[in-house]
Write a protein that binds this ligand. Sequence first.
Ligand SMILES: NC(=O)c1ccc[n+]([C@@H]2O[C@H](COP(=O)([O-])OP(=O)(O)OC[C@H]3O[C@@H](n4cnc5c(N)ncnc54)[C@H](OP(=O)(O)O)[C@@H]3O)[C@@H](O)[C@H]2O)c1
Length: 209
Amino acid sequence: MKIGIIGSGNMGGCLGKLWSSTGHQVMFSFTQDPKALDEAAASAGGRTGTAIDAAQFGDVVLVAVPWAAIDIALKDAAPALAGKILISCNNPLNADLSGLSLGTNTSAAEEVARLAPTAKVVEVLFPFAQQLQSGKLQSGGQRPTQFYCGDDVDAKRMVATLIGELGLDPVDAGPLTSARFLEPLGMLMVQLAYRQGMGVNISAQLLRH
Ligand SMILES: NC(=O)c1ccc[n+]([C@@H]2O[C@H](COP(=O)([O-])OP(=O)(O)OC[C@H]3O[C@@H](n4cnc5c(N)ncnc54)[C@H](OP(=O)(O)O)[C@@H]3O)[C@@H](O)[C@H]2O)c1
């Protein structure tokens, strides 16, 4: 599969590298430092381009940027995302990590869908990048749960496969509006990691009894 990446920092760089290692072709885009883009592509064996290039290249496109940059990240690329699967891993975190700048009656994922109205948006708030790339995702033989949500059944099926390739257990959390509840869960993980001192080597698991 071809995966375009808009935002090639911690998450974009990490996911591009991991998906490249499972056999996908990746294109990195959208940094303020062109050197960082080249480094991400070199370490993943991928290519580089503009956000529009990444949108045109990908069968699936990941947008992974700080919330304050979401408008500019999607502004030019949105028309090229028509009919494409757009994975949003963006949590609308305040810059000081004190909370979420929106939520419960809308969500970052719904705002992404508003900015790219012809894309099939699926939200996946992955575990911390450091944990993802640690190679130590499992605990007691169990995979961490990875909730995802969206309105297009086929897009969600494809994204579930990509989630599984990372060593996570994909769990369908329903329509895109479920992002209203997934994003606070992501915020809780940030709170546990940084304010409660647990660090980033944590993840969550859904137990079915
Ligand atoms: N990191 C995690 O573990 C994690 C986990 C779950 C969810 N998330 C979510 O994923 C999203 C991305 O997080 P991240 O940690 O990957 O952030 P990051 O490391 O700061 O990466 C953001 C990327 O966007 C680029 N960028 C930002 N503003 C830009 C602008 N105005 N113009 C061009 N490029 C710009 C950055 O380029 P420069 O570096 O050159 O500025 C960088 O490539 C966030 O919404 C976050 O909430 C992150």
